[in-house]
Design a binder for this molecule. Structure first.
Ligand code: ADP
Length: 600
């Protein structure tokens, strides 16, 4: 299988062609072509094809992407089978490689506010490539996916709930790179990644640190956007959020102005007048004090993150440097590691200076006897993207998980006390109809509900009796009764409104009035097949006349349940359900989440 991989930025397009073997392993893929088109300007751009540099006439990303077919055929690259795209931000939506369709592209577009510099450039390349290769499958691999299961303690900002509900949380980026270098480090050390605590430092134009414990990203220095964390080429990294108010009041700057400056005119660029570390190091060597300070700040910030992440993981086994600076600057590696001997991290200066990285080498540069291994390796994001796309293409298509939909009309579950009051002491209800959940039935008897605005007669009673009376109505019913009922899961009745029920023997006043939250009953065998745990929340798409997807549907697993989804009449009407239908479970918001990872 031959794959073309694109990594598009606002001023560069990197691409690679990989031959993926039938049984993919990191080492067994073969890179057929490595290309980059860089520094677009009205005069063209720099071109590098398989390490051969030249100038090319392409002025922007559009022209560059459209030129790739010619560059491939000039290089003798034949038939391509699929295309993989690096996409910076996948939000909470994308946990893995995803095929690019109109629907997924629209979702990625919705995430632009979270990565305003990156997602638009990524999508631009997607659009161009779809124009050039309309018949090839195109896949997205997200920088955020590796951090998808980062615990809530590391992803949650201490801000009001309304902001968090609006989507404010930490995501982390460079995931493909961090994942690759952590695996490569474990391989080079001859250890299993799940036995290691690793810090990965990706130091390129963008830079981030990642704490990887037992193979999982448990924290990363970039946050909601790729702006947080380390000092970068033109990005500030961590700043006090109080600066927004200060700069607005003192300098009259607007939020967009401040934001643009933090992204594009900060970092090394602001401190030393160049975003390019080679240039900053050259100036520092000539005695430029701004450049020297910039280097100090850069190294100090990275060192602080190493200390923090070692603490977060309860220790450290390996530190890995990657990215243009991490791979090529021995002096920056030395500065970052200086003073960390107290935690068993010490460089061997000769090994540090002698690093060569050809052929995926991952040399160790720690001092002999140092407790923490320090490695350097070239990141291989494109290879990882190719690998994930190849795996996704080889994976059998997911089995659609169909679920029957049952529409619950209004009904009550009565307690013994309620039956006594409504039908007479000791009265036994008469079974009329068995329900699909084993042991449950509808009674022949009916009750009337009374509210301040009106009454509803002939309301069904579902048995067996319960400890607490529960009345389940729809929102429309609640308007008719004049009582504002909350949406609740069954049994969650504390603080629910009171209502009067009447029967042939008298009335019964009780709380317990709810609009039942939609839910799925699922038996254990079905749950296992569907890969769902009790408490999972899923979306269910209905392909009915009015086609609707219900989000946030709670899955309740019990050994003998009859598997079906319960919705109320309002929901059924909204979906245009007129006969027996099935829905398709189409995603999981929470699956097997660690106890403190509820918001992931
Ligand atoms: P990107 O994040 O755009 O992929 P790279 O990973 O290519 O960026 O990293 C670019 C950075 O690496 C630039 O700051 C560049 O100056 C720096 N860099 C590349 N080679 C060296 C070197 N020999 N010494 C110091 N810095 C280097």
């Amino acid at each position: 299988m031959r794959l073309l991989v694109f990594n598009a930025g606002s001023s560069s397009l990197k691409f690679g062609v990989f031959d993926m073997p039938a049984d993919p392993g990191l080492g067994s893929a073969r890179q057929v072509l490595k290309g980059s088109l860089d520094r677009f300007s009205p005069d063209g751009c720099d071109q590098k094809l398989n390490e051969v540099s030249s100038r090319a006439p392409f002025r922007d990303l559009h022209e560059a992407t459209r030129a790739v077919p010619d560059l491939l055929s000039e290089a003798g690259v034949g038939q391509i089978d699929a295309i993989g795209h690096r996409i910076a931000h996948g939000g909470t939506e994308f946990a893995q490689a995803t095929e690019l369709t109109e629907a997924t592209i629209a979702k990625i577009r919705d995430l632009i506010p979270l990565a305003p510099l990156h997602n638009p450039a990524n999508l631009d390349a997607v659009e161009q490539a779809r124009g050039v290769w309309p018949d090839l499958p195109q896949w997205a691999v997200f920088d955020t996916s590796f951090h998808f299961e980062t615990p809530a303690r590391a992803t949650t900002y201490a801000v009001p709930e309304a902001w968090r509900k609006a989507g404010l949380r930490r995501f982390g980026f460079h995931g493909t790179s961090h994942k690759y270098v952590a695996h490569r480090a474990a391989e080079a050390l001859g250890e299993r990644l799940r036995d290691l605590r690793v810090i990965s430092l990706h130091l390129g134009n963008g830079a981030s640190a990642c704490a990887i414990a037992r193979g999982l990203s448990i924290d990363s220095s970039m946050g909601m956007t790729p702006l947080e964390g380390l000092v970068m080429g033109t990005r500030s990294g961590d700043v006090d959020p109080g600066l927004f108010g200060f700069l607005h009041r003192q300098m009259g700057l607007s939020i967009p102005e401040i934001e643009a400056t933090l992204y594009q005119e900060s970092g090394l660029q602001a401190l030393a007048g160049s975003s390019d570390m080679r240039e900053v190091e050259a100036r520092a060597a000539q005695g430029d004090s701004d450049a020297q300070l910039a280097i100090n700040i850069y190294a100090y910030r990275a060192r602080k993150y190493i200390g923090a992440y070692a603490a977060a993981m309860g220790g450290l086994d390996a530190l890995v440097f990657t990215g243009g600076i991490g791979e090529n600057s021995p002096s920056m590696r030395r500065r970052i590691c200086d003073g960390l001997e107290f935690m068993g991290l010490k460089l061997d200066h000769d090994r540090n200076l002698a690093v060569t990285l050809a052929d995926r080498a991952a040399p160790q540069i720690q001092a002999y006897g140092a407790r923490v291994a320090v490695l350097v390796t070239e990141t291989a994001e494109q290879l990882m993207i190719a690998r994930e796309v190849a795996e996704a293409l080889r994976a059998p298509a997911p089995v659609p998980r169909q679920i029957p939909i049952a529409v619950s009309a209004r009904h009550v579950h009565l307690s013994r006390a309620a039956v006594d009051a409504l039908f007479g002491p000791g009265y036994e209800l008469h079974p009329d109809k068995a329900l699909r959940q084993k042991g449950h039935w509808a009674a022949r008897e009916r009750v009337t509900l009374h509210g301040p605005k009106g009454s509803i007669e002939h309301v069904a009673i579902l048995a067996p009796l319960r400890d607490r009376t529960q009345i389940e109505i729809s929102r429309t019913d609640s308007f008719a009764l004049g009582i504002d009922a909350p949406v609740r899961q069954s049994g969650d009745l504390d603080g629910t409104p009171e209502i009067r029920l009447t029967g042939p023997n008298g009335h019964f006043d009780t709380d317990g009035l709810i609009i039942a939250a939609r839910h799925i009953h699922m038996n254990s065998a079905d749950a296992e097949r569907a890969g769902l745990a009790d408490g999972a929340r899923v979306s269910v798409a209905l392909d009915t006349g009015r086609g609707l997807t219900f989000g946030d549907v709670l899955v309740r697993v019990s050994p003998k349940a009859f598997t079906e989804m319960h919705i109320d009449t309002d929901e059924a009407n909204a979906a245009g359900i007129s006969c027996a239908v099935e829905g398709e479970i189409c995603d999981e918001a929470v699956m097997h989440a660690p106890a403190d990872a509820q918001s992931v």
